[in-house]
Ligand binder design. Sequence first.
Ligand code: B16
Ligand code: MG
Length: 219
Amino acid sequence: MIKGFIFDLDGVITDTAELHYEAWKKLSDDMNWKFDRELNEKLRGISRMDSIKVIMDYNQVTLDDATVEELATKKNDIYVASLDDMTPDDYLPGARELLTHLRSEGFKVALGSASKNAIKVLKQLNATHFFDVIGDGNSVSKSKPEPDIFLYAAEKLGLPPENCIVFEDAEKGIDAAKAGKFHSVGIGPEERVGHADIRFNTMKEATLFEVKSHFKELF
Ligand code: B16
Ligand code: MG
C-alpha cells in the first residue's frame, strides 16, 4: 500500500536548474573555465561538491581541496542571492496542485533533495507546510545515486520504502530511488528517467489520478 510520497525539489517542485546554471556560469567565466548548458545537465540532482568536480574534470583542472571548497562557496553565494527573487509563482506547473491533493487525501509527504538550500527554496515558494519531513543536503552524507536521502525521508515518515513513491527528475535520482527499493516516478525525457517505474514529461501530467492508475495494485 502506498502511504507516502517523497519529492525531489529541483526539477520536480520548482526549476532551480536555471539559477544553478547562471551561478556556475558566473564562477566559470571568472575562472576562465568552459561551461555550457550541456555540462549543466550533467549536474542535475548531484551535490555541489560533486558538481564542481565534474566542471573541473571537464576543464582538466586540479586544485587543492581548500580552493575547491572556496570556489564552491563562491558559486553558492551567487546562487543563494538569486533565490531572493523566487516567489510562490515559481512552482513547476502541476506541483502545487499535486501536493495539495496528496495532503487532502491524507498521504504523508517528504522532501528528498540533494540541496543544502532546500529550506530557503521551500520558504520562498511558501511550500514548507506541505511537508511532514524535510530531507535535504544536510541530512545525509552520501548523495544520489546512493539511496540515503530517500531512506532518511522514509524512516522519518515512519514508512518502509515499499510504501513510498519517489518523484525525481534526475537519472541519478531514479538510480537512488531504485537502490533504496522505492517505487519511482520520473519527470522528464525517456533518455534521462526512462528507467523509472513510470514516467511523465512534466509535473502537469503527474496528477494523483494518473499515478494511481499506473500503480493500481498499490492503492
Ligand atoms: P546546493 P535536487 C540538486 O537539487 C540540484 O539538482 C543540483 O543541481 C544541485 O547541485 C544540488 O541540488 C545541490 O544544491 O548547492 O543548493 O546544495 O534536484 O536534489 O532537489
Ligand atoms: Mg532534481
